[in-house]
Ligand binder design. Structure first.
Ligand code: ATP
Ligand code: MG
Length: 169
């Protein structure tokens, strides 16, 4: 299991880069995106156009989440997203399963860390799992084979530059 965490930019794109690499070897890929509800992202359009063996589902509304302030609906969305990813893992039909932004769902208490740890114990041995998002819980990092932390040194948002097509979305 691989974890991409930290406050710098590059976690989701690292997972997508890995997926591109796996795809070249004919692997089947499943990605569930937490906190995302927009199929117009460049990566989603590219996957739909060019990568038939790469399945993507999005869970959660585009509501801004603040730690400690959430509705039952947020929990339901996180739970549903997790169940879809978990079934993909347990089915054994995929070689790589990405849970994008799941670390935030756990950090915000929308999803119990224990549920994720339990899934890791049950996963078929050929399945690789990637978890992305800031603030990965310590128990998740302990269970991982690889943890990479992306550290922000500089980000153009800080100087008022808006999200750019092809870079941020
Ligand atoms: P990316 O999707 O570009 O790989 P990420 O997955 O590392 O970024 P997230 O924490 O998921 O970053 O944040 C999602 C959005 O916020 C992206 O549009 C990203 O460019 C932007 N972002 C990431 N890091 C920062 C930062 N340090 N300051 C401001 N915006 C950021
Ligand atoms: Mg991300």
């Amino acid at each position: 299991m691989l974890v991409y965490t930290g406050n710098g930019k590059g976690k989701t794109t690292a997972a997508l880069g890995l997926a591109l690499r796996a795809s070249g070897h004919g692997e089947k890929i499943f990605m569930v995106q937490f906190r995302k509800n927009d199929p117009s992202y460049g990566e989603i359009q590219a996957i739909q156009k060019f990568l038939p063996d790469f399945t993507v589902v999005q869970s959660n509304k585009d509501r801004i989440l603040v730690r400690g302030y959430f509705m039952q609906e947020d929990i339901n969305d996180a739970h549903n997203g997790f169940l879809q990813g978990k079934s993909a893992v347990l089915s054994g039909r995929y070689d790589l399963v990405i849970f994008d932004e799941i670390n935030i769902a756990m950090d915000y208490d929308l999803l119990p860390v224990e549920d994720v740890l339990q899934m890791l114990e049950q996963k078929p041995s050929h399945v690789d799992i990637v978890l992305t998002g800031r603030n990965a819980p310590q128990a998740i990092m302990d269970a991982a084979d690889l943890v990479s932390e992306v550290k922000e040194i500089k980000h153009p948002f800080k100087s008022g530059i808006k999200a750019r097509k092809g870079i941020e979305f």
